[in-house]
Design a protein around this ligand. Structure first.
Ligand SMILES: Cc1cc2nc3c(=O)[nH]c(=O)nc-3n(C[C@H](O)[C@H](O)[C@H](O)COP(=O)(O)O)c2cc1C
Length: 171
């Protein structure tokens, strides 16, 4: 998909068909997510692919029973690896870069999935300690984002954006 088309086609999709995502497609999406920039190329994040029935049930509760989480073909959790980042960047790595690494990988992942014909919603409303427990994350990790994804059963709606002047300032 053309980049312009991809950006304008991407809307949050919260309803999905009951169709699995095949392994080759998933691998491609994850590799594209991993092509994101990262501080010092430390890639201070982890990715958890959540398919298992029990884990899915627990994730549903950890996300306050959001329908998209219930309906998605799968969930992907992006977790900041503070230890990996602080090894080089100390406090800034611990507090900031690991979170940025995880976040930008999730953003790439969302676009990569849309490019593959999938519908995706970013789920930020979750209980982080509970999500960390479910995916068995290390004590130095912090889950920062969940993507719910699947073949779309809706188009998603175009949402408005603020006028440029509320966001951009020339200095
Ligand atoms: C940090 C973050 C947290 C979000 N959390 C949720 C969420 O918990 N549940 C949900 O349905 N959508 C969530 N969203 C999706 C936003 O609601 C959505 O991106 C926004 O309304 C703009 O719509 P669009 O994605 O269709 O452009 C989140 C998005 C971001 C970036």
């Amino acid at each position: 998909m053309e980049f312009d088309t991809l950006l304008s086609a991407r809307h949050s999709v919260r309803d999905y068909l009951d169709t699995k995502i095949d392994g080759a497609k998933l691998r491609k999406i994850i590799q594209q997510a991993m092509s994101a920039p990262s501080a010092g190329n430390l890639q201070a994040y982890r990715i958890y692919l959540v398919h298992g029935e029990r884990a899915r049930e627990e994730m549903l509760a950890a996300t306050d029973f959001q329908e998209s989480v219930r309906k998605a073909a799968m969930l992907i959790v992006f977790s900041a690896d503070q230890k990996r980042s602080e090894s080089k960047y100390h406090e800034r790595g611990h507090e900031l870069y690991s979170f940025q690494d995880a976040t930008i990988a999730a953003a790439y992942c969302q676009l990569a999935a849309v490019n593959e014909g999938l519908g995706v919603v970013w789920v930020g409303g979750f209980e982080p300690l509970e999500v960390a427990r479910i995916v068995d994350a290390k004590s130095y990790e912090v889950p920062v984002a969940i993507l719910a994804l699947g073949y779309p059963n809706e188009e998603g709606e175009a949402t408005g954006r603020r006028p440029l002047k509320e966001i951009v300032k020339e200095v």
